[in-house]
Design a protein around this ligand. Structure first.
Ligand SMILES: [Zn+2]
Length: 84
């Protein structure tokens, strides 16, 4: 099983300011109030990271399910046939 990790991608001197989840690429920003203190910033990022749920990297599955839903094309062709 792949483990997700928190990776800091932006630092303000020694304070982490922006981090991403290595699994779903979700970004986590440190609120301005927490940026003053390195420990606060780290704790804040970690908390956001722990709370989030990873999203699938691409939405092809959702799009596929949508395309399969029985709406649209069939209705149109039927309507034309009925008219003529
Ligand atoms: Zn994630």
């Amino acid at each position: 099983m792949i483990q997700r990790r928190l990776r800091v991608i932006q630092w303000l001197s020694t304070t982490p300011a922006l981090a991403v989840c290595t699994l779903c690429n979700r970004e986590f920003k440190v609120p301005l109030g927490a940026l003053r203190n390195t420990a606060d910033a780290q704790a804040n990022l970690q908390e956001q990271f722990d709370r989030h749920e990873c999203e699938p990297p691409d939405c092809s599955r959702a799009a596929d399910a949508f395309a399969k839903s029985p709406t649209g094309t069939k209705k149109k062709t039927t309507a034309k046939r009925v008219r003529r």
